[in-house]
Design a protein around this ligand. Structure first.
Ligand code: ADP
Length: 474
């Protein structure tokens, strides 16, 4: 079975968030299980691209409305990521450094999808199934089944995975002309709330869709930025599959990005050494419980609650708890957190920016990881925290609800709270501060967490089962 994963991100080529981690790992595990899974993504002017060798697989030109664009499909020569990786390069559209936030993002991703379809159409490269990820690739199912240009491909099944249902990539009808010849009686399949909505279109046209956790699949019907009713209508096509983690990259025993590697048996010493390294680098004392946050500084992650919640917690536990925050995002929040650090330099340290290696050290060297998310489709941070013996403190939503049990419950290991609110975070911090001195309990919780299995083996198999359920067509 040959599968093409279509995505805007893939670790380590280009990463903004969890989408990259998933698309960089899932195909590797699928290949190990005998499915030929490849990744097709836009070309980015980035380190991984510059440092590796590529061969041109295909060259052609296509039309974006009336604008003719030239494109190349490049293949990484050695399959070093454990799967075939293809980049689509379009001069002036897909040859940039950043993944998102260009004013012509709509044109960029439409051109990406058209180039992909033209390539597989003309090169006779047809896969057995196309797996689309998020809205950036959401027009592919519609185009496959409703454009005479791609008639040859119209029997190929499509699966859509929703990593984040808050973003839809919607654009106005004035841009309909950017799409190629389509059956105009079917334009309703593109529409939601008066606009062309690629995510909605993908949900309508794909054969099956998945959400990245069972709880998130249900939440989409009540909270998906306007698509709730659509998810309610299409619910029968949906499945929730929790993400795995790449246990080769995220392995405290072999991780070269942390100060001291450690196994489950050596967790206490290992975490202490990493805590010392992190604290020495940022001038924090090691004798207090250290609570971290890693992530995009946006409302979705509850990052706006952090300044007030941290301030209140520090006042409630003077000299009794430290915080370390790593993130980038909304400028107002970045400023507020920087000001917080100035106000409480002894107890709060902040690193504004994106730093992959530092994130590894934070998972390894902090005692607790706070995730007060309003929306968390799956969440990978808590899974990395579990693997590195760091107790997750999570607001129970989406994947956080499915993966973290409270240490107060049978077999539990985390700290759960109900509301994304300052009061609930302060209470969770109180529980963490109280738990911390009980070293025997902390030790047994760490061992329990590290023994959990969130590897891709299980989830990759679930995706394969889903593909196989479409087999009569494959
Ligand atoms: P999302 O995709 O919504 O941002 P996920 O939990 O699915 O959230 O994935 C977040 C990923 O991004 C994790 O691998 C996390 O470690 C990483 N990450 C987020 N912010 C940063 C940062 N500032 N520096 C380093 N890694 C980060």
């Amino acid at each position: 079975m040959k599968i093409f994963h279509l995505s805007a991100e893939c670790y380590p080529v280009a990463k903004v968030g969890g989408l990259a981690d998933v698309v960089g790992a899932l195909p590797k595990y699928q290949n190990q299980m005998g499915v030929e899974a490849a990744v097709v993504m836009p070309y980015y002017e980035r380190k991984f691209v510059q440092e590796n060798e590529w061969e041109v697989q295909f060259q052609a030109s296509s039309l974006l409305g009336t604008r003719r664009f030239y494109f190349e499909v490049l293949k990484e020569k050695t399959n070093k990521l454990g799967f075939e990786l293809f980049l689509i390069k379009i001069p002036g559209l897909l040859d940039r450094e950043n993944v998102y936030s260009y004013p012509d993002e709509t044109e960029q991703f439409i051109a990406f999808q058209l180039a992909f379809l033209d390539w597989i159409n003309w090169s006779q490269q047809s896969p057995d199934l196309i797996h689309c990820h998020d809205h950036h690739t959401g027009l592919v199912p519609f185009l496959l089944y409703n454009s005479s240009l791609y008639k040859r491909l119209s029997a190929i099944p499509t699966v859509l995975t929703i990593h984040n249902g808050q973003y839809h990539g919607a654009f106005g009808w004035s841009k309909l002309g950017l799409l190629p010849e389509i059956d105009i009686t079917k334009t309703g399949l593109l529409e939601w709330n008066g606009a062309i909505n690629p995510l909605a279109s993908a949900v309508k046209c794909c054969w099956k869709y998945t959400a990245v956790s069972p709880s998130y699949l249900e939440e989409l019907t009540v909270k998906s930025n306007g698509l709730e009713y659509l998810f309610y209508l299409e619910r029968a096509k949906g499945t929730g599959i929790i993400n795995g983690i790449d246990t080769e990259i995220w392995n405290p025993k072999t991780d070269s990005m942390i100060a001291e590697s450690f196994s489950i048996q050596k967790v206490s010493v290992g975490k202490q050494k990493n805590k010392e390294a992190l604290c020495a680098r940022f001038g924090i004392s090691t004798d207090r419980p250290l609570i971290s946050f890693i992530g995009r500084l946006v409302g979705e992650k509850g990052a706006d609650l952090l300044p007030e919640a941290i301030k209140r917690s520090i006042i409630a536990h003077p000299g009794g708890v430290n915080f370390f925050l790593l993130g980038a995002g909304e400028p107002v929040l970045q400023d507020e957190l920087t000001a917080l650090q100035k106000e409480f330099p002894d107890q709060c340290s902040v690193f504004i920016g994106y730093d992959e290696a530092l994130a590894h050290l934070v998972y390894a060297g902090t005692d607790f990881l706070l995730m007060p998310s309003r929306v968390e489709p799956c969440g990978l941070n808590q899974l990395y925290a579990l693997r590195y013996g760091t107790i997750p403190m999570v607001r129970i939503t989406g994947g956080l609800k499915d993966t973290v049990l409270d240490f107060g419950d049978d077999g539990g290991y985390g700290i759960r709270f109900i509301q994304a609110s300052v009061a609930d975070i302060v209470e969770a911090v109180r529980r963490a501060v109280e738990l911390y001195p009980d070293t025997a309990k902390v030790q047994s919780i760490r061992k329990r967490m590290m023994a959990l299995d969130f590897s891709w083996d299980r989830s990759a198999k679930e995706y394969i089962n889903l593909y196989e359920s479409l087999k009569p067509a494959i």
